[in-house]
Design a protein around this ligand. Structure first.
Ligand code: TYD
Length: 132
């Protein structure tokens, strides 16, 4: 199965422009408990470099673009998020890195749970051990 699971959001747009609506358990495969966004990322900065034991997330680039590298410990796949109508579904136990943020990138993330540092796996060697 591909590591890149993209959700296509239907636009409710008309001649005035586009509009995407996201609802719990409807076009997102979990109940949204937290929303955060990353913006004004400085040139050359990469973020992420962790996996989650349980947390599931959907990342949407609502402005600009950035590149995700997804890694399940066996294969790595990359995907450029550059369309506010596309969400990248990030399952639990997937190592992720975000690179190449455009100056105007606003990366919105919907999460299945509240922030919990104990759910993070921040050491790549630990991650590899846990998935093998
Ligand atoms: P960090 O995990 O480094 O972000 P990224 O995955 O984009 O590299 O998060 C930066 C800081 O913000 C870190 O101290 C944890 C904190 N944080 C929260 O308090 N709540 C949150 O919802 C998130 C995502 C991070």
């Amino acid at each position: 199965m591909s590591l890149i699971n993209v959700i296509d959001f239907k636009s409710l747009g008309d001649e005035r422009g586009e509009l995407v609506s996201i609802e719990n358990n409807k076009n997102i495969p979990f109940e949204i408990k937290r929303v955060y966004y990353v913006f004004k990322t400085q040139k050359g900065v990469a973020r992420g470099f962790h996996a989650h034991k349980e947390l599931r997330q959907v990342a949407i680039c609502i402005s600009g673009s950035c590149k995700f590298i997804m890694d399940n410990g066996k294969v790595k796949e990359s995907f450029v998020l550059d369309d506010p109508q596309k969400g990248l579904y990030i399952n639990k136990m997937q190592w992720r890195e975000m690179h190449e943020f455009s100056d105007d990138c606003v990366l919105l993330v919907l999460a299945s749970d509240v922030y919990d540092e104990s759910d993070y796996i921040r050491d790549y060697a630990d991650f590899i051990q846990m998935v093998n």
